[in-house]
Design a protein around this ligand. Sequence first.
Ligand code: M6R
Length: 368
Amino acid sequence: EKGGHEYFMLKEIEEQPEALANTLRGHFESGRIILDEQRISDQDLRDVDKVFVVACGSAYHSGLVAKYAIEHWTRLPVEVELASEFRYRDPVLDRDTLVVAVSQSGETADTLEAVRHAREQKARVLAVCNTNGAQIPRESDAVLYTHAGPEIGVASTKAFLAQIAANYLVGLALAQARGTKYPDEVAREFAELEAMPAAVQKVLSTVDQVRDLGRRIADSKAVLFLGRHVGFPVALEGALKLKELAYMHAEGFAAGELKHGPIALIEDGLPVVVVMPSPKGRAVLHSKLVSNISEIQARGARTIVIAEEGDETVRPFADELIEVPAVPTLLQPLVSTVPLQVLAAEIARARGYDVDKPRNLAKSVTVE
Ligand code: M6R
């Protein structure tokens, strides 16, 4: 059942190229992005003047990633909110607000209540969901299904990558409707997304290296994760995986916040995972992170650097270097998350824990 793997999660990590390809399939026809069950008219999509993404856990992180892309492509303000906060707030919504509710199970209680809260205020709700006919898509105006297949491991892996891809399709559909991207630009962005299954397949060649690293740092007390821009939500996701599977103290930080507090946590031997941006992307992002790594290394941290292959500038500061293929900046989370999933799973295994069924957690949280 586990396809020869010791635990489901590893099988599901390896299914990510397929999950991405299946999620993208059929969504670009005759030069246009198309969503599923689109009960929101093109006119309504054109009229959208604000986007909220509401979700919990990893699904929330997929929204944080998508914010960078959707704002860039559509020039619409995007707020990403934990469903459990959104539902008890008085968010500013109206019929021109698009609320994207992201949920693998489609049954998460807080996300469902956030959907109801949004619809009461006449906002349009689009569900991004991995489960056909679940409650959240049933109560939404439109649905975009992720086709990650059933996810057995409690820790989300392939569903998370598929959620990012689906959220990006929503962004492109909005850009297309609003005309903030020309049709050939939309086509190019889609083609770049379509190249991602192959890129993720390439990252999977680092699994053995990362598992070995996981075993070597399994007795650490804590692990910190740093990232900037789209690497920041990747850092949050890496920390969440480690908390839920390895029961270790793990925190993700925006690298720019280091000097505002977290750098005080750095002590000798503390593993710090740094998610590097591409050196070919925004040069300023890259050089800021290089100086962040040198600062934490100088304070004794054990630096674990996820960097684009061939990025020689980071080598002197990386105690451990994990290379991922070069992809456009906005798509980097699809490759850089993968080693963090493997790392968390292997640390958990080395500590003797059940990777697929971590303590105290359920696969879907249908009670608050
Ligand atoms: O089914 P959902 O996507 O709504 O679930 C949301 C979270 O409960 C889920 O992502 C959780 O955080 C995972 N265990 C993370 O690995």
